[in-house]
Design a protein around this ligand. Structure first.
Ligand code: SF4
Ligand code: SF4
Length: 415
């Protein structure tokens, strides 16, 4: 009886409310200094902290009435409570951080594009071809929880790097919100700087983390609308199409739930690689490719039925990056696909090499695996790349119409 259940719920809430009012979970702001003065600087809390946060010096400062260090930890704390568990002096560092950062939390206002749900078929029609040919260098999906190793500004940094390079950036859940908390010098968020279309340089908020399905759905739509792959009972062909042709890469930088891990593997089943942050490694599940094993990177050319080496594209399906810089470089690399035409491959290589040089200070050392023909080489990098290829004994190879499914080989009449 829904009416009765509703009445019971309201009556229980009214009866419990006065009792809850008396309960106090957090310490009072005025008590912070006194509690902090009881800290013995043993550092047990810092050792237990998943982010190795410098809690003891923040306690020392707080004991002298300076709460700025404690407040500064608020953005970096993921609220796991481990510090509370280990403190043998009855101090709750997590509560203290929460209270010290309360004002920040209350004043935390930002402009965010509302979650828009699915990507429209008309948008897919416009971008299907440039995505499959590689001329839009990739679809980057920044999704999931807020268990970031170094605070929320990292997801904004990742998003901005790819938006500036005219990738399509889709976001959801906590990441979508945290991206909105970073501002440029004019006070604008990325949502105010970049349009919301599913197109090159667009920043698309699909909605909550359960709306991630719309991002995987966009890749499926490329296979269905652009390439006419049937949707029903055809998972294998669609995944084969996405893996070989749709340069998409998911980033779950702050993944901290089994749900986040299962969303990542769900994307893998569709042929989309995912990068997780350092904390994601605890799921002990990575799908790492062996780039040294050429046999792993053979596909069938659907035109001829011949087996062709395409290089490690994409090299991994789940990869844990240790730093945001590594994540950015690897993301650009994981957008390479066997179907890229030479113009698209040159665009993708430009971004990957440029990012690699910026963050690692040198050329990638496996460049020869990704250059198939001379025209793949970005024009402005030719003088630099050709000598490397010659030194490695590189030879040009075919660009196939790639598939892993023998039944997709197109037979000519009479064969
Ligand atoms: S564990 Fe407790 S006493 Fe030790 S440094 Fe942390 S807050 Fe201070
Ligand atoms: S609650 Fe915050 S400060 Fe405490 S261990 Fe977890 S992340 Fe570190």
């Amino acid at each position: 009886d829904a009416d009765k259940a509703g009445e019971v719920a309201v009556r229980v809430a009214m009866a419990v409310a006065p009792k809850r009012k008396k309960m106090k979970n957090l310490v009072d702001y005025s008590e912070l200094q006194k509690i902090a003065s009881e800290c013995k600087e043993c550092s047990d809390c810092q050792r237990a902290c998943v982010n190795n946060l410098p809690i003891p010096p923040a306690m020392v400062a707080a004991a002298q009435g300076d709460f700025t260090l404690l407040e500064g930890l608020w953005d970096l704390c993921v609220g796991c409570g481990r510090c509370d568990e280990v403190c043998s002096h009855g101090i709750s560092p997590h509560d203290m951080i929460a209270v010290a950062g309360e004002n920040r939390f209350k004043e935390d206002k930002f402009v965010i594009r509302s979650g828009r749900g699915q990507i429209r078929d008309t948008e897919i029609r416009n971008v299907g071809s440039p995505i499959v040919l590689g001329e839009i260098p990739g679809i980057i999906a920044i999704v999931g929880c807020a268990n970031y190793p170094n605070g929320p500004q990292e997801v904004a940094k990742i998003a901005e790097e790819f938006l500036r390079r005219r990738y399509i950036v889709t976001v959801s859940g906590c990441s979508a919100m945290d991206i909105a908390r970073a501002r440029n010098e004019d006070g604008q968020t990325l949502y105010e700087q970049y349009p919301g279309e599913f197109d090159a340089g667009g920043l698309v908020n699909v909605g909550s983390c359960v709306a991630n399905s719309h991002i995987a759905g966009a890749a499926v739509k490329v296979a269905n609308i652009f390439a006419k792959r049937n949707l029903r009972g055809n998972f294998e062909e669609i995944a084969d199409y996405i893996l070989n042709r749709v340069g998409a890469c998911g980033i779950a930088w702050g993944a901290y739930s089994q749900k986040a891990a299962s969303i990542a593997t769900g994307c893998n089943r569709f042929g989309v690689p995912v990068i997780i942050g350092p904390h994601g490694a605890k799921y002990r599940r990575q799908y790492l490719g062996r780039s040294d094993n050429d046999e792993s990177w053979m596909v069938i050319d659907a035109r001829t039925g011949k087996k062709v080496y395409v290089g490690p594209t994409p090299e991994h399906l789940i990869y844990a990056a240790e730093s945001v810089e590594e994540c950015i470089v690897e993301t650009a690399k994981l957008c390479l696909r066997p179907s890229d035409n030479f113009k698209g491959r040159a665009v993708k290589l430009t971004h990957w090499i440029d990012l690699h040089k910026r963050y690692y200070g040198k050329m990638p050392d496996d460049i020869e695996k990704f250059v198939r023909v001379e025209a793949d080489i970005p024009l402005t990098m030719k003088d630099e790349i050709m000598p490397i290829l010659q030194k490695k004994g590189w030879q040009s190879r075919e660009i196939p119409d790639p598939t892993l499914l023998p039944r997709m080989i197109r037979k000519k009449k009479g064969e």
